[in-house]
Design a protein around this ligand. Structure first.
Ligand code: SAH
Ligand code: SF4
Ligand code: F3S
Length: 436
């Protein structure tokens, strides 16, 4: 028997990359690869990359530089770049860093087995096409591995929105949905291998149209799977939140009360310049409707500070919107100019101004986050235990509202949703006691 080849994948960026890394590992599993956590042992290293901000993209080149000694020591080691930097920069990556053997974009990684054969034969392999056929139909069914209780499942890819700052429409291509029947088959396989919670993924997941009733229809069909306890979805665009999906938050008990709904800015002038195609008022009324359907829903969002042309008054409008919504948590970023996007042509805001605004917005968000966590103390919430905690006898899991929760509990409860009374709130997690 030949020794199995070892595969090390490092994943950057969003949850879709996490999902893609799993699928790539499974695809290469068919070529005799097994996963390793030790890059020094690997026969193949893949960096599954993110292009969203300049820092994310530059990380790839510094990481590749660090891999040089490994490659020098083991010439049989093959190094590949996958994901959104691969899509955006293609062959340029090999020119800038000749140690790279393989470059494959997010829409063509089902071709990895053939590309592996090519690089093993001593060649280089590059594929950044947007093939007509859906890569998922070309990939094998999910393996029957024992899985963690919580899994991602990509149901929609790509983006047609073309926000003026964003590379995703260029790296992931046009919006496309997987047929509901295929999603259901994959979900059933995941549940059969131990999954209790599925997070449906898409760059604009609520634009999902692979089911006649859209994402709400898919959620209802998934909820019928016995053994599946929880459903979540991310990331949503405000303009794609339809009435059926909002209603599902009130009627579907398996749909968890947490929604990530980015708005980016609270200033209509900036929203217009960003080409978001909605106003702050539209977003706030939408939140009202969602809260009417599910009053306890925990909201999260994304904010960009320092978009070209953002004044102090525009920035204040973002702070006002955050105060009005009251987020359970939120992410904020300094605007990063991305080559090829419309906003990259505009005069850029001073870095020090951006730093100052980022610090102020983060202070506000952190205070809301702390308040939302503190408000959980004394309440009893469902917690899906996922793994042992840091302290002996302790398990850690996620509440219905996606808070990390620690509690003393028997290991047999991993994979179960248990009622937990929250007793205290720390900076990034809650502690509680299992009620029954
Ligand atoms: N499809 C999702 C988000 C994808 S990118 C949506 O529409 O909400 C994730 C987040 O990165 C975005 O919500 C935005 O806040 C941030 N982002 C995207 N491009 C950026 C850029 N050029 N500079 C700074 N932040 C950016
Ligand atoms: Fe990017 Fe906008 Fe599409 Fe989200 S909706 S992925 S921010 S272009
Ligand atoms: Fe990054 Fe691509 Fe996701 S750019 S955020 S890895 S879609």
């Amino acid at each position: 028997m030949t020794e199995p080849k070892k595969l090390y994948i490092k994943t950057y960026g969003c949850q879709m990359n996490v999902y893609d890394s799993e699928r790539m590992a499974e695809a290469l599993g068919g070529e005799g690869y097994v996963g390793t956590d030790v890059p020094e042992d690997a026969d193949m290293i893949l960096l599954n990359t993110c292009h969203i901000r300049e820092k994310a993209a530059e990380k790839v080149y510094s990481e590749l530089g660090r891999l040089k000694p490994l490659k020098d020591a083991r010439p049989g080691l093959k190094i590949g770049v996958t994901g959104c930097v691969a899509q955006a920069e293609g062959a340029e990556i090999m020119r800038r860093q000749p140690l790279v053997d393989l470059v494959v974009g997010p829409q063509s990684y089902h071709r990895l087995p053939a590309m592996d054969a090519a690089v093993r034969a001593g060649g280089k392999a590059l594929d950044t096409e947007f093939p007509q056929a859906d890569k998922f139909t070309a990939l094998d069914a999910r393996t029957r591995a024992n899985r963690a209780p919580s899994a991602f499942l990509t149901v929609q890819e790509g983006c047609d929105k073309f926000c003026a700052f964003c590379v995703v429409p260029y790296t992931r291509g046009a919006e496309a949905s997987r047929p509901a029947a295929r999603v259901l088959t994959e979900a059933q396989a995941l549940v059969a291998s131990g999954v209790r919670e599925i997070t449906l993924l898409g760059q604009n997941v609520n634009a999902y149209d692979g089911h006649p009733q859209g994402l709400a229809g898919l959620v209802h069909d998934l909820a019928a799977i016995e053994g599946l306890a929880r459903i979540r979805y991310t990331t949503s665009h405000p303009n794609d939140m339809d009435a059926a999906l909002i209603a599902a938050h009130g009627t579907e008990p398996k749909l968890m009360p947490y929604l990530h709904l980015p708005v980016q800015s609270g200033s209509d002038r900036i929203l217009k310049a960003m080409a978001r195609k909605h106003t702050a008022e539209h977003y706030l009324r939408l939140i009202e409707r969602i809260r009417a359907a599910r009053p306890d829903i925990m909201l999260s969002g994304d904010f960009i500070v320092g978009f070209p042309g953002e004044t102090e008054a525009d920035f204040q409008a973002s702070l006002d919107l955050i105060r009005e919504v009251g987020y359970g948590m939120a992410y904020s970023f300094k605007y990063s100019s991305r080559p090829g996007t419309p906003a990259a042509e505009k005069p850029q805001i001073d870095e020090a101004v951006m730093d100052d605004r980022l610090a102020r917005v983060q202070e506000l968000i952190t205070s809301q986050q702390r308040a939302a966590q503190a408000a959980m103390v004394g309440r009893t919430v469902g917690v899906l235990f996922e793994k042992p905690g840091r302290m002996p006898g302790q398990l850690t899991g996620k509440s219905d509202y996606l808070h990390a929760v620690h509690a003393l509990a028997d290991g047999a409860r991993i994979g179960q949703v248990c009622p937990v009374r929250i007793t205290s709130s720390g900076p990034n997690s809650l502690a509680g006691e299992v009620v029954s």
